[in-house]
Design a protein around this ligand. Structure first.
Ligand code: 5GP
Ligand code: ZN
Length: 113
């Protein structure tokens, strides 16, 4: 997707603070962190949102969950953390490339705003 900022981060056209990469996913620091640890985990292939996944993407989503848990361990978050996907307008999604937020290093409230 030529105009997608996260596709541009995958290609290196837009720089990012990369914390993990493999053939399927990339993880990098959020530009506007909401917690001491705020990492975005994205698939390298362009998927608009969780609303657009297919059965064939199930293993990719499982892999993203595994990366989230690994990065939580790498960041030393023994007291817990939060993994968030914002989907669509009501979900507060602002970038139309599927991404999961890994947030940690402080206590979060519930319910979300
Ligand atoms: P959303 O609101 O769609 O769930 O999350 C989008 C996230 O992407 C926001 O937390 C925002 O700070 C982050 N973001 C937007 N543009 C960039 C960028 O160019 N680089 C990085 N690292 N993060 C970005
Ligand atoms: Zn994209």
């Amino acid at each position: 997707m030529a105009e997608c900022i996260f596709c541009k981060i995958v290609s290196g056209e837009i720089p990012s603070k990369k914390v993990y990469e493999d053939d399927k996913v990339l993880a990098f620091g959020d530009l506007n962190p909401q917690a001491p640890v705020h990492v975005l985990i994205i698939p390298k292939k362009h998927i608009k949102s969780l609303d657009d996944i297919n059965q064939e993407d199930v293993s990719l989503l499982g892999h993203i969950q595994w990366v989230a848990g690994k990065l939580a361990k790498d960041n030393n978050l023994p007291d817990g953390y939060r993994v968030v996907n914002n989907c669509g307008i009501d979900g507060g999604q602002t970038v139309a490339h599927l991404h999961y937020h890994l947030l940690g290093g402080r206590t979060f409230g519930w319910p979300p705003g």
